[in-house]
Design a binder for this molecule. Structure first.
Ligand SMILES: Cc1cc2nc3c(=O)[nH]c(=O)nc-3n(C[C@H](O)[C@H](O)[C@H](O)COP(=O)(O)OP(=O)(O)OC[C@H]3O[C@@H](n4cnc5c(N)ncnc54)[C@H](O)[C@@H]3O)c2cc1C
Length: 565
């Protein structure tokens, strides 16, 4: 055992699951010096989280890996719902496509192992960085030095199996170390919530649909099954139409729970058809895991101005809606630019911007835990009333009320899709969101989808790393014939003179080519126009239609330094 001279970095990331990897990728885009450690020898080979939602795809798009993700995955075409083996409704994802809500109007089925591989590859290509594997965080303490550094003690098992202790000093420590987070435990944070009664099995195997009348329409659909034996979800995996590979997630039948031996595929498969009341054969298992689900979240995600919790370390919930991994990816996207700006001395205060990570993401986690808990409890509760309701009443509500409404009323469909795909998540209540006027599109909202955005906002500029547009705020200036050109000119000049190190400008004059942008941003051609400041994580920070320099500067200078400061 030997101790080396401690290395100093800005950020230590513990854990290289999807959350830690996303944080590493984003920090690398912002040029932050960090190290990422994981105790495992390799990234997961298990498929685990499968659904990648539109909001996560938008992040992948900004990173330039969305097409690759789609190539490796399977786009879900629809959702079928079966109650006691009878198909009650099918939600066709094509209905969403026409609504221009996102570039990704679908759910992508991509195994977690593939998502992690994509992110690791990005990290290697973009930053020539690799995860330090077989390196376990053992402990950490605060040093009482002038920089308030943290000393992390890592056990490195790469060279010998007893492990070599390494010390590393850092300004910030990010716990992306999963549900049993050592970072969270060492900080003695509560992780309150509950464990569900039901145990789940997660199984990748081959399926044969024996009922030939329904086979054709099923091939690309995700399927939800509810019977008195429990809940069961089926998801098509990449290439399933060639080799019939599917993911099956179900509640473990009660009669199998009492057995003392580890549950095997052979316990689940023989009786599967009877339990879901459909003629489906399971064969050739690839992977099976049994797990209890919980709903819990930590009481703080940003602690003592230097520790962060993200992903499963901060919040865990039932697999309803497949939101777990996506929320972790989005935590990392929210935090990375704030950390980078603080470390790079672009902020007025060392704490204020980072605090918004806590405030914005804890709200998202709370809402998610509560909503997934309600649905999961309704679907799995053993109480006789819930059991009666979900099998005798719910099918009719879905078939005769919910389905016709979703099919016919586009605004309802939009609301449902926004919730599932996570594109509806907003930070309107955040201290960082400021409006000077009322508008349908407000500060805190996700950057609305307009087909012209990607080239303007998302990609880097000529591979010039320093000038990578992903590091910047973007000010969208929407001008009409009624805009006060003098006021507007002064506003733009002010930004150029004082904030061009942080903000890139994009002016749009109303025309046939740009009118879609005006429509989506809710700026009337007969109005004075408007300005929208977009954060590096593609949420709107500020909206105004008055081009008022003082109002803008009072807001922005509370967080960010001017060039001359
Ligand atoms: C069997 C199973 C099936 C699942 N199925 C689904 C699903 O269908 N849908 C869904 O949305 N979610 C599912 N999940 C949950 C999903 O996998 C998680 O939400 C997601 O992995 C969270 O990512 P994360 O990066 O935050 O944490 P994790 O993926 O847990 O990654 C944490 C990482 O930290 C490392 N680590 C931990 N402690 C230390 C330490 N002290 N030092 C160094 N490294 C450390 C671990 O090795 C691990 O690599 C499933 C989970 C499991 C276990």
């Amino acid at each position: 055992m030997s101790l080396q001279e401690p290395e100093l970095v800005d950020v230590v990331i513990v854990g290289s699951g999807p959350t830690g990897l996303m944080l590493a990728c984003q920090l690398s885009l912002h040029g932050v010096k960090f190290r990422i450690f994981d105790k495992c020898i390799n990234h997961t080979t298990q498929s685990r989280a499968l659904g990648v939602h539109a909001r996560s795809m938008e992040i992948f798009q900004q990173m330039g890996i969305a097409d690759e993700a789609i190539n490796h995955g399977e786009v879900v075409q629809g959702f079928g719902s079966y109650f006691n083996g009878v198909k009650r409704m099918r939600m066709d994802m094509n209905l969403i496509k026409t609504q221009n809500l996102t570039h990704f109007p679908f759910i992508l089925i991509l195994e977690q192992s593939k998502t992690e591989a994509l992110l690791e590859e990005f990290l290697l290509k973009n930053a020539r960085m690799e995860v330090d594997r077989q390196c376990e965080l053992i402990s950490f303490i605060e040093l009482n030095d002038k920089d308030n550094l943290i000393e992390c003690v890592i056990k490195d098992y790469r060279s010998n199996k007893e492990g070599k202790l390494i010390k590393i000093h850092t300004k910030f420590l990010c716990g992306c170390d999963g549900a049993h987070s050592k970072v969270r435990q060492n900080l003695q944070l509560s992780f309150s919530g509950n464990t569900y009664e039901e145990t789940l099995y997660v199984l990748d195997c081959h399926l044969k649909f024996m009922d030939t009348t329904e086979t054709e329409s099923l091939l690309d659909d995700a399927q939800f099954n509810l019977t008195k034996s429990g809940l069961c979800l089926l998801f098509p995996l990449k290439g399933h139409n060639m080799d019939n590979r599917w993911r099956v997630i179900g509640t473990v039948p009660h009669e199998l729970l009492n057995s003392s031996k580890q549950l095997q595929f052979e316990d689940i498969a023989p009786d599967f058809s009877r339990r879901i009341q459909r003629n489906i054969e399971l064969y050739d298992p690839l992977w099976l895991s049994i797990y209890r689900t919980h709903h819990r979240y930590a009481d703080r995600f940003y602690i003592e101005k230097k520790y962060f919790l993200l992903g499963d370390a901060a919040h865990i919930h039932s697999p309803v809606g497949g939101q777990g991994m996506n929320t972790g990816l989005q935590d990392a996207f929210n935090l990375a630019w704030k950390l980078a700006y603080t470390i790079q001395g672009k902020t007025v205060d060392k704490d204020k911007l980072l605090q918004t990570y806590n405030d914005e993401r804890i709200e998202v986690a709370k809402n998610l835990v509560q909503s997934t808990d309600r649905v999961f409890s309704l679907m799995t509760s053993r109480h006789w009333f819930f059991s009666f309701f979900r099998l005798k009443i719910l099918p009719y509500i879905l078939q005769y009320i919910v389905f016709p409404i979703i099919s016919c009323i586009s605004s309802v469909r939009e609301a449902v899709f926004k919730r599932i795909s996570m594109i509806g998540i907003h930070y309107r209540q955040s201290q960082l969101s400021m409006n000077s006027n009322k508008n349908n599109v407000q500060a805190g909202d996700r950057l609305p989808y307009v087909y012209t955005h990607p080239e303007i906002l998302l990609s880097s500029t000529d591979n010039n790393v320093e000038d990578d547009s992903r590091r910047y705020f973007h000010l969208l200036v929407l001008l009409t014939s009624k805009s006060n050109s003098k006021k507007c000119f002064h506003f733009v000049k002010f930004i150029e003179e004082n904030y061009s190190h942080l903000i890139k400008l994009h002016e749009f004059e109303y025309s046939a080519a740009t009118k879609e942008i005006f429509r989506v941003y809710d700026v009337n051609r007969n109005s004075n126009g408007g300005i929208f400041l977009v954060r590096p994580d593609l949420h709107i920070a500020y909206y105004s239609k008055t081009f008022d320099i003082q109002h803008f500067n009072t807001y922005f200078s509370e967080y960010f330094l001017q060039k001359s400061d």
